[in-house]
Design a protein around this ligand. Structure first.
Ligand SMILES: Nc1ncnc2c1ncn2[C@@H]1O[C@H](COP(=O)(O)OP(=O)(O)O)[C@@H](O)[C@H]1O
Ligand SMILES: O=P(O)(O)OC[C@H](O)CO
Length: 550
């Protein structure tokens, strides 16, 4: 329900800042139709194997351009400035920016979520918690043998997980900030002297796009730092101490739907007028946009990576199967916190992009569907693109990409199809893990189909393979831009345009359903082969002295 007069149209702008591009989309709040949009791709920097960086200034400039262009298009379409009520931001998560408090200039290129340069930092953190545990054992007289035989949840890293919901991994922003402080003395000095600020991309954009220079983040982004107490939604003093990070450089943690500041600096007619009133990590925004608003509802977003999330209500459910316990959203300063289980797969669209840009065996990512469809199967080829190790549910930083099963019969179409299939195998593993965790918590999946979105969900063959390998229907919504829609919905709530969640739920409509077309026997056989292929990818990065992360 909305409190606005239904006769007068009302719009909300979403800024979706993703791993590969930034887009601004203006939604009509009555039915989620797109009134105007603009998109820009930013540069990916790969300075060393495993390192991935973004230029935060470039991202900011493109965000400004996207907003300006959409504003101009809206004006041309006769949409008045007054009818646009708010801005919502959805962002790639964990990507870490450090900037100068005064000038607002970044001190380093942003370390992207999938960058794995922090493996040594993670190992050192693990050793530190292990060492602290040894020290405690010596004090309490508990023997190492007794400790080894203890329940696996007695491991110190598991207690870390209990506080944050996360494993110690290269993925999370606290580890990236620690790496920057350990390896760049100018960043360390600036952080310790209080002249530098840290933030994920939401905080960075809010600082530079608000009149007030708001240094804030929302609970969903904060829940990806490894620094937030998930229950209390506060920075955790013990964790900050373990990382050597002063709280003064961190943003204030807010809800996902409230007014953070007023838009400025874009050079368009909306400057000084529009409140920025919604902020969510992009996967959390997609949950809202997919109307996964109550316990047991699930969505999967296929972008650069692929992220499946299941809503667990107002309860943080621990995972015994390698999933993350994370914030789902908190839609209002006085609203309750909602939690989710998440399985993050590092390489989805990025794999197709790699086939196009690096191997050049497809002309474009869009061509991948047609090429893969030219063969009926992969010819028993399996591709494990563990470029940054494997994320959920295995969390193995020592895995590396591998292709198995090739013969002289193998053609590029088999490889392309195998690249699509691997996304679906990984997603299926994650959904099964989530089902088990839910069951252990006395909960169950609710939708009788998986709701899907993201750039890669436009690939119909991928969606069909997904339904086949899951053994359940896959449903794509009419608004493919679920992430942007979720950010807009949060902003509509934050600005008082929507007065309850029903207005958000009402925006969801099905576009197409994909139903499974293979039987259980074939499904199980293919999953077995996939598991064998994954086994072969593990432990490849041993020359670095790697061990698997917890
Ligand atoms: N038709 C397609 N088939 C396969 N992959 C695609 C297709 N269209 C887009 N992609 C992939 O989806 C990703 C872009 O999706 P998007 O949701 O915009 O990602 P992000 O938010 O991570 O930037 C790219 O990695 C691209 O390779
Ligand atoms: O930008 P996307 O869609 O690849 O999402 C990135 C995730 O937020 C990383 O955790």
């Amino acid at each position: 329900m909305t409190d606005t007069n239904s006769a007068s149209p009302c719009y909300v702008l979403a800024l979706d800042q993703g791993t590969t591009s930034t887009r601004a989309i203006l939604f009509d709040t009555s039915d989620a139709t797109v009134a105007a949009s603009h998109q820009r791709e930013h540069r990916q920097y790969f300075p060393q194997p495993g390192w991935i960086e973004h230029d935060a200034e470039e991202i900011l400039e493109q965000a400004r351009e996207c907003i300006r262009v959409v504003c101009d298009k809206a004006c041309e379409a006769g949409i008045s400035v007054e009818s646009v009520k708010a801005v919502g931001i959805a962002n790639q998560r964990e990507t870490t920016v450090v900037w100068d408090r005064e000038s607002g200039r970044p001190l380093h290129r942003a370390l992207v979520w999938s960058d794995i340069r922090t493996r040594e930092t993670c190992r050192a953190l693990m050793a530190e918690v292990d060492g602290a545990e040894d020290h405690k054992r010596r004090r309490t007289g508990r023997t190492a043998a007794a400790a080894k035989g203890a329940d696996r949840h007695d491991h110190p890293a598991d207690r870390f997980r209990e506080r944050t919901g996360l494993p110690i991994s290269t993925y999370f922003s606290g580890v990236k900030l620690k790496w920057l402080m350990d390896h760049d003395p100018s960043v360390r000095d600036a952080i310790l002297s209080g002249s530098a600020l840290f933030g994920t991309v939401d905080s960075w954009l809010l600082y530079r796009l608000t009149e007030q220079r708001a240094h804030v983040t929302d609970v969903t982004n904060a829940s990806r730092t490894l620094l937030m107490d998930l229950q209390r939604q506060r920075w955790d003093a013990q964790l900050l101490q373990a990382f050597g990070i002063p709280e003064s450089c961190l943003p204030r943690i807010c809800s996902s739907a409230e007014v953070y500041g007023t838009l400025s600096g874009t050079g368009c007619a909306w400057d000084g007028r529009l409140p920025i009133a919604g902020v969510l990590g992009d996967q959390h925004a997609a949950m809202v946009g997919q109307a996964c608003l109550h316990v047991g509802t699930a969505k999967c977003t296929y972008g650069t990576g692929c992220f499946l999330m299941v809503h667990t209500g107002e309860r943080a459910v621990p995972s015994a199967h390698g999933l993350l316990t994370t914030a789902a959203f908190r839609l209002g300063a006085c609203a309750p916190m909602h939690y989710a289980l998440e399985g993050s797969v590092a390489v989805a669209g990025a794999g197709v992009q790699w086939l196009a840009d690096h191997l050049q065996i497809v002309g474009s990512v869009k061509e991948a569907e047609q090429v893969a469809a030219s063969v009926p199967d992969t010819g028993d080829v399996y591709l494990v693109p563990a470029f940054s190790g494997l994320f959920a549910p295995r969390w193995r930083s020592d895995a590396r990409g591998t292709i198995v099963g090739m013969t002289q019969f193998t053609r590029r179409a088999h490889l392309v199809r195998a690249m699509l299939e691997q996304v679906c195998f990984q997603t299926t593993e994650v959904l099964r893990a989530a089902e088990s965790d839910l069951q252990q918590a006395g909960l169950a999946l609710e939708h009788d189909a998986l709701r899907v979105d993201g750039g890669m969900a436009a690939n119909n063959l991928l969606m069909q393979i997904q339904a086949d390998l899951l053994g359940m229907p896959v449903v794509r919504p009419r608004v493919g831009e679920a992430t942007a829609l979720g950010a807009a919905a949060a902003a509509a709530i934050g600005a008082g345009v929507f007065t309850d969640m029903e207005a958000v739920r009402a925006l969801w409509q099905q576009e197409r359903e994909f139903t499974p077309q293979i039987g259980a026997t074939e499904r199980q056989a293919r999953h077995r082969r996939w598991s064998q292929a994954v086994e072969r990818s593990l432990g490849w990065a041993v020359e670095d002295g790697d061990e698997d992360e917890k």
